[in-house]
Design a binder for this molecule. Structure first.
Ligand SMILES: Cc1cc2nc3c(=O)[nH]c(=O)nc-3n(C[C@H](O)[C@H](O)[C@H](O)COP(=O)(O)OP(=O)(O)OC[C@H]3O[C@@H](n4cnc5c(N)ncnc54)[C@H](O)[C@@H]3O)c2cc1C
Length: 446
């Protein structure tokens, strides 16, 4: 059985790895020159490797305490010994009077205790399966300042989007479920937090050689001869005998590839394009673009946080900062302070149009204004991610379910466009997609 995986990000590689484990002859087709997608470790000019995309992943499900799919994968690949815990986990948010720690007892910034919540609703706050924008719900129940000061910066840190645009069911699913049985928002937050196993160990970890080492190990486990880069998939059609034909490569030199099953592990727009002749879907999914500036500064005193978040609408351009070598001791080098600064929110991409040098200057100027660090870097790098993070609008889970139900057997979707943007969710979606496709092909061959 031949399975083709389109897209060599972490979801596609995890799908290919699983399909190979299940005995399939698998091929990964990636359009860019390297696999890994948004997982990428690149050296600074001095040679120090740093992650220019994702920097860490959750090692367990916070709700169940079960090992996360990304942790399981790292363990299967023999990388669990390389996992590094952060020295400092607590981040701050920039308030009117400076940095404030993100308060304990909150869920994505939504408090479980509040001086004043709108009177309890006469029944559950959200019907089972219903959805709402996070900002809309929190503003109605707890007031605008909770949204602006805490929830919006927290969601901005993960999705580079706005609380008013993002789906509660897709971004905080446990809370959506709890709201179906709660007349208050704070009560539902407390219920979600109380159900979590008490585990004092850090939720997020990284790999000592960067998350690129996960990509390298995955690609090696799939097999170098099965992973093809620089090869865009441009068309997908069904053959008369129920197989799949993929048109791969440049328009001048196209090649056809036949498969029994296909996993599409690409962002929403290329997935929609490839499915246009087969099973048209409409995910109506926008993406935010972001830029990451990694800068080594002359050694500077920093506050005791892992980093900071900046509310939108302020005159500050950076939206989040990680104090990289405070958080990850293995990145420390004498005489310098390493910071990772991110810029760009959905709908506010104009800041990204600045040239690299100006972007570094802007980012370091903002950081200097907040924590007093030097404005000039010893060295820096800029990485721009166009179409970086999907903006799950209210109703996203229902649109994903409708898209999946429209697919013929033997074809599956995986990746950040669907079930969560975090590395664990992408790994899970890749593995689940591979299992579904292999099972469907086996059934069709039986
Ligand atoms: C700056 C940044 C920081 C992040 N930080 C974290 C973090 O710390 N922790 C965390 O858990 N998550 C983080 N995330 C999110 C996470 O990294 C991503 O959601 C995840 O890596 C997406 O994986 P993916 O495989 O779904 O998609 P991608 O990585 O986008 O991979 C999709 C691949 O498909 C390829 N492709 C597209 N079209 C075609 C085609 N027609 N033919 C062939 N190939 C095609 C693309 O080139 C790409 O390589 C971050 C994301 C960004 C952008």
């Amino acid at each position: 059985m031949r399975i083709v995986v389109v897209g060599g990000g972490v979801a596609g590689l995890a799908a290919a790895h699983r399909a190979a484990q299940l005995g399939a002859d698998v091929q990964v087709i990636e359009q860019s020159p390297a696999v890994g997608g948004k997982l990428r470790t690149v050296p600074l000019p001095s040679g120090q490797p740093v992650d220019s995309g994702a920097e860490a992943f959750a090692v367990r499900d916070p709700q169940t305490g079960e090992p996360s799919p990304a942790f399981e994968l790292a363990r299967e690949l023999g990388l669990d010994g390389d996992l590094v815990a952060p020295a400092v986990s607590r981040a701050a948010v920039l308030g009117p009077d400076g940095l404030e720690p993100i308060p304990a007892g909150t869920l994505m910034g939504i408090p479980g205790e509040a001086a004043a919540e709108t009177a309890p609703y006469n029944g559950p706050l959200l019907a089972p399966g219903a959805d709402v924008a996070v900002g809309d719900l929190v503003r109605r129940r707890l007031g605008a300042s909770v949204v602006d000061r805490l929830v919006d910066p927290m969601l901005g840190g993960v999705y580079a989007g706005r609380a008013d645009d993002l789906s509660l069911a897709a971004t905080i699913p446990a809370l959506a479920t709890a709201l179906a049985g709660s007349p208050t928002l704070t009560g539902a937050v407390r219920a979600v937090l109380a159900a979590r196993p008490k585990d004092p160990t850090p939720l997020f970890k990284t790999l000592a050689r960067g998350l690129g080492s996960l990509v390298d190990a995955l690609a090696a486990a799939v097999g170098a001869d099965r992973v093809h880069t620089g090869r865009p998939v441009r068309e997908l059609c069904r053959t008369r005998d129920g197989r799949w034909r993929l048109t791969v490569g440049s328009t001048r030199d196209p090649q056809n590839l036949l498969a029994d099953g296909v996993v599409l592990a690409v962002p929403a727009r290329p997935a929609e394009r490839l499915l246009a002749n087969v099973a048209p879907i409409d995910l109506n999914l926008d993406y935010a673009s972001v830029a990451l500036v990694t800068a080594a500064l002359p050694e500077a005193a920093l506050p005791e946080y892992s980093g900071l978040l900046v509310p939108s609408g302020s005159r500050i351009h950076i939206k989040a900062v990680t104090f990289l070598d405070r958080k990850w001791p293995h990145l420390r080098r004498p005489g310098r302070t390493l910071a990772r600064l991110s810029l760009g929110r959905f709908g506010e991409e104009s800041v990204l149009q600045r040239p690299d040098g100006e972007l570094v200057e802007t980012a370091l100027g903002d950081l200097a204004d907040i924590v007093g660090t030097p404005r000039r870097a010893l060295e820096s790098s800029v990485h721009r991610w166009g179409g970086a993070l999907p903006q799950y609008a209210p109703g996203h889970p229902a649109r994903v379910a409708a898209a999946r139900s429209a697919l013929p057997p033997g074809l599956a979707l995986a990746g950040a466009a669907y079930d969560g943007v975090g590395v664990p969710a992408c790994v899970r979606s890749g593995r689940t997609a591979a299992e579904a496709v292999v099972a469907a092909v086996e059934e069709s061959m039986a």
